[in-house]
Design a protein around this ligand. Structure first.
Ligand code: PMV
Length: 335
């Protein structure tokens, strides 16, 4: 069932917009990696976070989505060439998202999404998926929403999707309003050509718990969580300053520590939430050993066992030597 709060927010956003479908809508959106994490919601229907967060988008890695209206009594969702069961978690989330824009007159949709994020990269692509779907629907209906509005639309599919409507560094403002109208992401005006993010797969096993219930459990039961909002406020200031100075050590150590702090709140939940595998710790120790050798490489982790490394181009060879199967992305290109 579509909640009234969501309906009101979408009605306010689309108020007076054309809404005439053009046959097909198409869009691409990148995956993003949080340098300062989003962990905990103040409103789970509207995906309103307790804190702001800050991310980097991974350029050409993401989801390309095509959406069209179809004469059918149900939506069809095709992901990487395979039709997704509408009763699966992913299938239900897409149908619920389409309910937001379906209205009375717009029947069913066919959504085809192709992700070019290598499966082995161990990066969840749902943020890119919902951002691409929001952008593709805007293209289909010709709404002409601006980026802030698109960020809000994407957020309704998955919180972190709010950040995937932009390239580069992005800050997602938590906002304060109960209706979520001041909760959107914005691009940070900065380029960092030498910055590199390497993706390291640790495990493909299914996660013990999804990010939604894990977040809720942490907020409800972790006593460490009460310190998290203050921690984020300080880390965002630090990371913004590091970006503005192109200071990799400042950026990397703030991002790494922020990720560890988020995982500490999860460990403190009851029952505990632990995404790490033994191989995660082995990989973290490799990163710390490189640092002890003077290599400026740092790691971050999300709701899963995989690592993302943060470093500059001059350390690429050493990173590849230590992690030969890693996949490196240059978020601002290589030229
Ligand atoms: O947007 P969700 O529900 O997939 O949550 C994402 C949460 C983290 O990836 C752990 C952190 C973040 O800011 O992306």
């Amino acid at each position: 069932m579509l909640s009234l709060k969501k309906r009101d927010l979408v009605d306010a956003l689309l108020d007076g917009r054309g809404g005439r479908p053009s046959g097909v809508g198409r869009a691409f959106a990148p995956v993003n990696i949080a340098l300062c994490k989003y962990w905990g919601k103040r409103d789970s229907e509207l995906n309103l976070p307790i804190t702001s967060s800050l991310s980097i988008s991974l350029a050409e890695l993401g989801a390309e989505t095509i959406v069209r209206q179809i004469d059918s009594d149900r939506d069809i969702f095709i992901l990487n060439g395979s039709e997704i069961d509408p009763d699966s978690d992913a299938g239900r989330r897409v149908v619920e998202y389409l309910d937001l824009v379906r209205g009375d007159q717009h029947g069913c949709f066919r959504v085809e999404s192709q992700s070019n994020v290598p499966v082995a990269a161990g990066v969840a692509s749902s943020a890119a998926g919902f951002a691409a779907l929001a952008l593709a629907l805007d293209d289909l209906f010709g709404w002409g929403l601006d980026r802030r509005e698109l960020s809000i639309m994407a957020r309704l599919g998955s919180g972190s999707a709010a950040r995937s409507v932009y390239d580069g560094f992005v800050e997602w403002h938590a906002g304060q309003r109960a209706d979520g109208s001041d909760c959107f992401a914005e691009r940070i005006d900065a380029e960092w050509r030498d910055l590199r993010i390497a993706l390291i797969e640790i495990s493909r096993e299914p996660k013990p718990i999804g990010s939604r219930p894990a977040m809720a459990r942490t907020v409800e039961t972790s006593s460490l969580y009460s310190g998290w909002p203050q921690r984020v406020a300080a880390d965002i200031v630090e990371i913004r300053a590091a970006i503005s100075d192109r200071d990799i050590d400042r950026l990397g150590s703030a991002a790494e520590s922020n990720a560890l702090s988020m995982h500490a709140t999860m460990l403190d939940a009851r029952p505990p939430v632990l995404y790490w595998r033994p191989a995660t710790l082995v990989a973290i120790e490799k990163v710390w050993r490189m640092r002890a050798e003077g290599v400026g490489v740092y790691m971050t982790m999300d709701a899963g066992p995989n690592l993302k490394l943060i470093f500059e181009q001059r350390n690429q060879d050493r990173v590849t030597e230590v992690f030969p199967d890693s996949k490196t992305v240059a978020p601002f290109g290589t030229e």
